[in-house]
Design a binder for this molecule. Structure first.
Ligand SMILES: [Zn+2]
Length: 98
């Protein structure tokens, strides 16, 4: 099989490397605001998660986001991320093409 260069990133929850487009980007804006970047173009420092609440939960347990962003991540941020992640997962499921 020919190996194409696909940019891959590691999920901060389950630590699995996956193609970048299969992951959800969490971004910390220069202002310190943390949100999910559905477009992949928000400025700031990024972390990647599988579109799965399990991985967000794992990341939370490990404080992976805190480590990645080098700042405390309040519980409400995790809640907002969980909501956005659920949306993203829904979209991913709906947008499945052959
Ligand atoms: Zn994961």
């Amino acid at each position: 099989m020919a190996q194409k260069k696909i940019p891959s990133r590691q999920c901060i929850g389950c630590m699995t490397s996956r193609p970048k487009k299969e992951l959800v980007r969490v971004v910390r804006a220069p202002s310190g605001e943390i949100s999910i970047d559905l477009v992949g173009k928000k400025p700031g420092r990024g972390a990647y998660l599988c579109p799965s609440l399990d991985c967000l939960t794992k990341a939370k347990k490990k404080k992976a986001l805190e480590r990645c962003f080098e700042q405390p991540v309040p519980a409400e941020v995790y809640e907002a991320l969980a909501a956005q992640l659920a949306e993203a997962a829904k979209e991913a499921a709906n947008g499945k093409e052959e």
